[in-house]
Design a protein. Structure first.
Length: 272
């Protein structure tokens, strides 16, 4: 898929995310919107995943599980789940729960939401593929507030110990979490040096630029014998001017006026 096509797909993902959260009157727009280009690139360019039931598919783990709307949106655009589900986000008995449930939806590889656990789940998948001599790759999307969890660093240590070069973690580095700036709550810097000290290959990228993301993933393919982390610099609430860079939009749904404004800014208005 070409860059222009990826941009159009990303635009559709943003519209889906806002529609779901607005109709639910609940959800996490900020961190879902910041990850749009990352998830778009993975699902529509990088990952081998044409069928959610194919054993040869690559696996994606959304470690920052509260960003479920961006995953649901990608699965809709891939045709894995029906867009008619869009109005059911976070409803009782819905397939679109507030955090991904692998028992409810094809394409959801892991039930996540307890922060810090996703990288360990991805480790298990990657190690199993290694032991079984399979070519499948595993990708895990982390939140930068999430890497304050100690379990992340245990997982980082294990991935290097077992030389999991079929594992790539992507950090949605928007610098904010529910209580404010990461550096004010609990600094995680220097992220690159810490992961390198744990034996990882670290790559930096612009998380909203498809050319930058492509270069990062191409570099990753050349690295063998170790796991890799792509630190993708992003903006929380990307695409909606009144949300961008504001921790207050971590877990708040837009009202009707805000929804209309956001859809217009993304492009095409409500019916575009």
């Amino acid at each position: 898929m070409k860059y222009d096509d990826l941009k159009l797909t990303a635009q559709n993902l943003r519209k889906n995310i806002l529609t779901m959260i607005h109709e639910a009157k609940s959800g996490h727009p900020g961190g879902s919107l910041s990850a749009v280009e990352i998830v778009t690139y993975l699902y529509f360019k990088e990952m081998n995943i044409k069928d959610p039931h194919d054993e040869g598919r690559d696996r994606f783990v959304l470690s920052k599980g509260h960003g479920a709307p961006v995953l649901y949106s990608a699965l809709m655009e891939k045709g894995f789940i029906n867009k008619e589900l869009m109005g059911t986000l976070r409803q009782v008995n819905s397939k679109l729960q507030g955090h991904p449930d692998m028992k409810k939806l094809p394409g959801v590889e892991a039930s996540t939401g307890s922060l810090g656990q996703g990288l360990s789940i991805a480790n298990g998948m990657a190690l199993a593929f290694k032991l079984n001599k399979k070519e499948n790759r595993v990708f895990a999307l982390l939140g930068d507030g999430e890497i304050q969890e100690g379990m992340i660093w245990e997982a980082a240590m294990l991935a290097n110990h077992y030389h999991l070069d079929n594992l790539t973690a992507i950090l949605d580095h928007n610098g904010l979490q529910i209580d404010g700036k990461n550096n004010d709550v609990m600094t995680v810097e220097p992220i690159d040096e810490k992961f390198e000290a744990f034996g990882w290959h670290v790559i930096k990228a612009d998380g909203h630029d498809f050319e930058s993301l492509e270069k990062a993933f191409e570099e990753r393919k050349k690295v063998t014998g170790k796991p890799a982390l792509i630190i993708a610099e992003t903006i929380k609430g990307k695409g909606c001017s009144f949300m961008e860079g504001k921790a207050s939009w971590h877990g708040k749904a837009p009202n009707y006026e805000e929804f209309c404004m956001a859809m217009e800014e993304i492009g095409g208005g409500l019916n575009g």
